[in-house]
Design a protein. Structure first.
Length: 320
């Protein structure tokens, strides 16, 4: 009744922002992401009749704030009548800071919970269960480039291209490590209710998905760069125009974007993307990784850079 799973975070190039159905956590838009290799979250789930309530340890410390969502995820995977669980989670990167830690955490929790309960679920079912807990987590059930399709009553995720087929690199510039001010679920609802740009964001998404999908299938870096930066800046425009406004960037985030613009002007194959946090992810071709990581590490205010390739799907690593 115990299992451990590892999942890697993914970052969206074509972003998910907005929910169609809050209760079932269905996204209002499809999205395309890349799963990262060097960052990971390892989650152990132990189901035990001896426990009177669920327990959660995150990086060695008791965590009450995430416990409700983790318990809800276990209820969905194992069933509400389940034994209580001891859940232990460890990430090798800052959590709740816009580095997609909820994606890897809920993907790993879903896989570990199914393993602990002895359930042999297909990947698409695991993705649906993980996605019900955190929309982006569904994509971490797949490696490489994944597309989350949002149609009908459910979500479906497909691998667009394997890691080996297009081994892009990502340089993550850490500009701050504190937790974000507004969690993404609350922030998405504020955007839906108040941003004057929300409806056009939703309307244009299928076009951006088509352009990005075609660029990935053609290994067209410039094409992917253009649509990804545009989609990222549109999402942040929706956030900025919300009331209250949600500005996840800091001054170092802006400086990193300028560094990427400078590298592009010098002919470097790189583009940026930023999620609900201040970190900048610079996606580049492997031959440009060194110059990109040096330039970002030297950008004033950058605390750390993490260089990563594209990673594998969430998986079970231990089961008893
Ligand atoms: O899955 P959530 O609720 O953590 O939302 C993810 C939102 C973004 O990271 C900003 C975009 C995305 O598609 O991952």
């Amino acid at each position: 009744m115990q299992a451990t799973a590892i999942a890697q975070p993914n970052i969206a190039l074509i972003k998910y922002w907005g929910k169609r159905d809050l209760g079932r956590n269905l996204p209002a838009v499809g999205s395309i992401s890349i799963t990262l290799s060097e960052l990971h979250t390892e989650v152990s789930v132990e189901l035990s009749a001896d426990l009177s309530s669920d327990e959660l340890l995150v990086n060695g410390e008791v965590n009450q704030s995430m416990l409700v969502r983790i318990s809800g995820c276990l209820d969905k995977v194992v069933g509400a009548e389940r034994s209580r669980a001891r859940v232990t989670s460890r990430s090798n990167f800052p959590i709740a800071a816009g580095l997609a830690s909820s994606a890897s955490a809920f993907a790993a929790t879903t896989v570990a919970a199914a393993g602990a309960a002895g359930l042999n679920l297909e990947t698409d079912e695991l993705a649906r269960l993980a996605g019900a807990a955190s929309g982006s987590a569904a994509r971490s059930l797949y490696g490489g480039f994944a597309e989350l399709k949002n149609s009908g009553d459910t979500i479906n995720v497909d691998t667009l291209c394997d890691v080996e087929a297009w081994p892009l690199q990502v340089v993550v510039a850490i500009t701050a490590t504190g937790p974000k001010a507004t969690g993404s679920t609350a922030a998405m609802e504020i955007s839906r209710e108040t941003s004057p740009f929300y409806d056009s964001w939703i309307e244009q998404q299928d076009h951006d998905l088509d352009v990005a999908r075609a660029a990935i299938l053609a290994r067209d870096f410039a094409g992917l760069a253009g649509v990804s930066e545009h989609n990222c800046l549109k999402m942040h425009s929706v956030m900025w125009a919300s009331r209250p406004p949600m500005v996840y960037w800091n001054s170092v985030t802006m400086r990193c974007m300028q560094t990427v613009r400078q590298l592009q002007a010098e002919g470097c194959n790189v583009f940026f993307t930023i999620d609900a946090g201040p970190q900048v992810k610079a996606v580049c071709l492997p031959e440009d990784t060194k110059v990109v990581s040096k330039a970002l590490a030297e950008t004033p205010g950058v605390m750390q850079v993490i260089i990563t390739g594209l990673g594998a799907a969430a998986r079970l690593v231990d089961q008893e």
